[in-house]
Ligand binder design. Structure first.
Ligand code: FAD
Length: 278
């Protein structure tokens, strides 16, 4: 029997869940607090397991401006020689690995969630509608605009700072704790490095896929990454403090189910959460 399902959050997890549940014949409404104007421009790796799920939902990597990658490699940051390489060709995992811009991934998920499918109900996507709280036993959402919505199932896909998570944990929030480590993220337009000799030699050697450049002169393997000179050409550098979240004891309460970062946020050892939420 088709259920009435309300999803809180139209991020990567919320839109993927909406598309999958509509394919199963359910009536899905998604409540998103933002207007989608500030999707982060980070680059993401989507591993073969994630690609298999996205493909089944009708996701087009071509629309997301992404081509398959054939390897994931570790290279010596000084010589660019190969240290280790992981074969990611399609034959091995039944699907390729892709890299894509987060905004493109989100844009394509938005397309598949909002397209009409003959014989299936439309997904109702409400932007600018913030959920303030829910009643897990009754399955009722209360929104900032004063309205309330009743559903058979409420999916909390409201990300790292989920408001549904403390309700599911019944007032025993398990906040993240600091590792003291940070990651740095930056993107450089190809035009800024096209004539750079280091870039030219790296491109001549590297395989077709993401590469990690290791500082092999550094004996501390925990910080074995190259803080490469090209960061000087980066228009913007973002620092991400790395926090650890203990696994939460349960993901459901009453009619509420947590998914994505609300249930198992990206942590020091779980870098590929898109694949988990998809
Ligand atoms: C810098 C960075 C790099 C990453 N790199 C990778 C990578 O390479 N590969 C990978 O697989 N993963 C990566 N991840 C992790 C991945 O981006 C997340 O795991 C994934 O986006 C989680 O999706 P989500 O839908 O659970 O949450 P989100 O994408 O955060 O979406 C939550 C949504 O809920 C909405 N919302 C929140 N509260 C409310 C409310 N009260 N009412 C209504 N709407 C609400 C928000 O506006 C948002 O749209 C990275 C994450 C970061 C931060």
């Amino acid at each position: 029997m088709p259920l009435k399902i309300a999803i809180v959050g139209a991020g990567i997890g919320g839109l993927s869940a909406a598309a999958a549940l509509r394919l199963a014949g359910h009536h899905v409404e998604v409540f998103e607090k933002s207007q989608f104007l500030s999707e982060l421009g980070a680059a993401l790796v989507v591993a073969p397991n994630g690609i298999r799920v996205l493909t089944a939902l009708g996701f087009s990597c071509e629309n997301a401006r992404s081509k398959p990658q054939s390897c994931f490699e570790l290279r010596d940051g000084r010589t660019f020689d190969s240290v280790a390489s992981f074969d990611l060709t399609e034959q091995r995992f039944d699907a390729p690995l892709h890299t894509m811009q987060r905004a493109d991934l989100h844009g394509e998920l938005h397309r598949i969630a909002t397209m009409e499918l003959p014989g299936l109900p439309d997904i109702m996507l409400h932007l600018g509608r913030k959920v303030l709280t829910v009643e897990p036993a009754a399955g009722i959402l209360h929104l900032e605009d004063g309205s309330s919505v009743e559903a058979d199932l409420i999916i909390g896909a409201d990300g790292l700072h989920s408001i549904l998570k403390p309700l599911v944990l019944e007032g025993h929030p398990q906040p993240p704790f600091k590792t003291g480590l940070s990651a740095f993220r930056f993107q450089i337009p190809t035009e800024s490095v096209r004539d750079d000799q280091d870039y030219v030699s790296l491109v001549a050697k590297k395989g077709h896929g993401p590469s990690i450049l290791a500082d092999t002169s550094d004996e501390n393997t925990a910080v074995h990454m190259v803080w490469y000179d090209c960061q000087k050409k980066a228009p913007k550098i973002t620092k991400w403090p790395l926090n650890i979240h203990k696994p939460i004891t349960h993901w459901t309460r009453g009619k509420v189910l947590l998914i994505g970062d609300a249930a198992h946020p990206v942590g020091l050892k779980t870098p590929f959460s898109v694949d988990v939420v998809a």
